[in-house]
Design a binder for this molecule. Structure first.
Ligand code: GDP
Length: 434
């Protein structure tokens, strides 16, 4: 069924409007922002059409502040809906939060109907007209409370709601080249690896029709497929390491990571893992990019070093144990052909999308088997979850209370066991309903 979401700032009358559609009082509609109900989506029918209506109205109290709550709510609604009714309180007029939500909606490309609510009498219609300024077309004057005009806004919503839902469909395959950054501290072997894999096949990007972007990038063919390697000029240019150059290298690394989909972090296994290695890895995770770890210079590893390395890896890199980790020797070409499989795995994990139904069913199972520990006589529960984004995956959990860091890690671990997410950080947002 197509999904219609009703969003807007707290207390603008979303739930009242949803109740009009549902034709019964499912929700306890309060006059103050806050709780309405546990569910978010309901089967609905209007003008003979069946659809799912999403009311995020119950999720508006947020520990991080109102604006972020509304933004999250809009993010969620956008991710899970085919069309949106944006409800604005006409007696208040346009707020910065409304404008912010409009920008998000516009970026999403979802069709929107604008409801100017609380127009309880014809004398107030001027208030509604002022909302033309949001740039969403005609504001439908509504009094959700009295029912006035709500039929018109719902008819308009039916006109923009597609017959068939697109939100459950997988995102279309991207035709463009995957973007890879090779990063790591100086002398770990980045340029050696680049030379090993580029061979004679390398093409500087600005020579390749249609891909001209940044002349520091190169297209490299691996396994018969083309990949865009980011900022390879920075790798090829051997900079003498002075303090200044070091700072420059850090900036350059940051830039390459930002532009990439997958960052390949090289480690020199002939030396202990350093703080700088860990920092580069953290940069990748913080940027939300897919991560592949490479143990380079494997030819220099003996039995003793191998044992040490296993220990170091367990201690320093446990938090990224989800990343593909391959051993190779760039200088000799040994196992460099394993890079492609790791890249593919990481991209797949990074773009994984879990349907909302499956996600909630799974979280229900987890909580049934292992509920959150009791805290002060209360037990925080996850009521609803949805993946609002891929690349990287971002999941928002709506809960009845704060989740302990330990429980959040447990959830992440179970999600990885169930759904993979190989090579990808997972961003988990928690919204507490009070
Ligand atoms: P970059 O600064 O990360 O680009 O590192 P380079 O590619 O310039 O490599 C630094 C040094 O490590 C050079 O002397 C390379 O020859 C050496 N090196 C790179 N890869 C390997 C490897 O797999 N095995 C060995 N033994 N040496 C390597």
């Amino acid at each position: 069924l197509p999904v219609l979401a009703v969003i807007g700032r707290p207390n603008v009358g979303k739930s009242t409007l949803v109740n009009r559609v549902l034709g019964r009082r499912v929700a306890v509609v309060q006059d103050t922002p806050g709780v309405t109900r546990d569910r978010v989506s309901y089967p609905a029918e209007w003008a003979g059409r069946r659809f799912t209506i999403v009311d995020t109205g119950g999720w508006e109290v947020d520990v991080e502040g109102l604006d972020s709550a509304v933004a999250t709510q809009a993010e969620v609604a956008i991710a899970m809906s085919d069309a949106v009714i944006l409800v604005v309180d006409a007696t208040v007029g346009i707020t910065e939060t409304d404008a912010q939500v409009v920008r998000m909606l516009r970026r999403s490309g979802r069709p929107v109907v604008l409801a100017a609510n609380k127009v309880d009498s014809p004398a107030q219609e001027g208030d509604a007209a002022a909302l033309w300024n949001l740039g969403l077309g005609e504001p439908y004057a509504v009094s959700a409370l009295h029912g006035r005009g709500s039929g018109d806004v719902l008819d308009a919503a039916m006109a923009i709601l597609p017959e068939v839902s697109a939100v459950a469909a997988p995102s279309p395959a991207e035709g463009s080249l995957h973007r890879i950054a090779l990063v790591g501290r100086p002398n770990v072997g980045k340029s050696s690896l680049l030379n090993a894999i580029a061979g004679s096949e390398r093409v500087v990007v600005n020579e390749l029709a249609g891909t001209t972007r940044d002349p520091v990038d190169e297209v490299i063919e691996l396994d018969g497929r083309q990949w865009l390697f980011i900022d390879t000029a920075g790798i090829r240019r051997r900079v003498r390491q002075s303090r200044g150059a070091d700072y420059y290298a850090v900036l350059r690394t940051q830039g390459a990571i930002e532009r990439a989909e997958v960052a390949v972090v090289l480690l020199d296994v002939s030396e202990p893992i350093t703080e700088q290695d860990v920092r580069v890895i953290q940069q990748v995770v913080d940027a939300g990019r897919a991560l592949v770890l490479v143990n380079n210079k494997w030819d220099l590893v003996d039995e003793e070093r191998r044992t040490m390395l296993a220990w170091e890896t367990e201690h320093d890199l446990a938090h990224v144990a989800w990343a593909p980790h391959i051993n190779l020797a760039a200088a000799t070409g040994w196992h460099t052909n394993r890079l492609v499989r790791a890249l593919d795995a990481a991209i797949e994990g990074w773009t994984t999308r879990i349907p909302t139904g499956r996600l909630n069913a799974f979280l229900g199972e987890i909580q049934g088997a292992t509920p959150h520990p009791l805290r002060g006589g209360k037990q925080p529960r996850i009521l609803f979850a949805t993946q609002v984004q891929t690349a990287p995956p971002r999941i928002v959990l709506f809960t009845t209370g704060f989740l302990d860091a330990g429980y959040r890690r447990f959830i992440e671990r179970r999600l990885r066991e169930e759904f993979g997410f190989v090579g990808s950080p997972i961003q988990i947002g928690v919204r507490v309903r009070e």
